[in-house]
Write a new protein. Structure first.
Length: 164
């Protein structure tokens, strides 16, 4: 076999294997790993995702996920993580789940990408107040603040020798 054929075969195999960093994203761990994720738009009532605490489950609407992904790739993943925040904290408080998701993604592979996407999406929406979330602008600011707070905490815990 000549080198050209070997190189062509190697290149075709490499093209089939996704880069590890390109696909890396947050996945549930610990007790959250056992939570089923159900794709059912009827359960989400047209929202991208919802969670139920008894029994624990996260529901996704693939149609809405696809719509969000089309214009704000990665933003849909924030909503996924947000729903796990409700379960991790055992809370129905949206601000707490937002902050948990923001802090969790601030530590996750490609988390910054997902956070930037959801913040951009929220900043593009009209500032209509929701009793559960506040305005989209307020929600974007909350997510940004919680993520920055987590990054600052992470830097503070890194030994000084690693900052150089």
């Amino acid at each position: 076999m000549n080198r050209f054929i070997v190189a062509a075969l190697l290149l075709s195999v490499l093209c089939l294997v996704p880069a590890a960093g390109a696909r890396a994203q947050w996945l549930p761990t610990g007790a959250l790993k056992a939570v089923p994720v159900v794709r059912d738009c009827n359960e989400t009532s047209g929202d991208v995702a919802v969670s139920r605490r008894n029994p624990p489950a996260v529901y996704l609407c693939p149609i809405v996920v696809k719509l969000i992904r089309k214009n704000y790739p990665g933003a849909e993943h924030f909503y996924f993580v947000h729903e796990f925040g409700h379960l991790a904290l055992d809370t129905s408080d949206e601000a707490e789940a937002d902050c948990w998701a923001a802090k969790t993604l601030a530590r996750a592979p490609n988390g910054g990408r997902y956070l930037r996407a959801v913040i951009e999406l929220l900043r593009q929406r009209p500032d209509e107040r929701s009793p559960r979330y506040g305005t989209p602008g307020e929600r974007a600011e909350r997510i940004r603040f919680c993520a920055e707070e987590e990054r600052a905490n992470a830097l503070a815990t890194v030994p000084a020798s690693r900052h150089r």
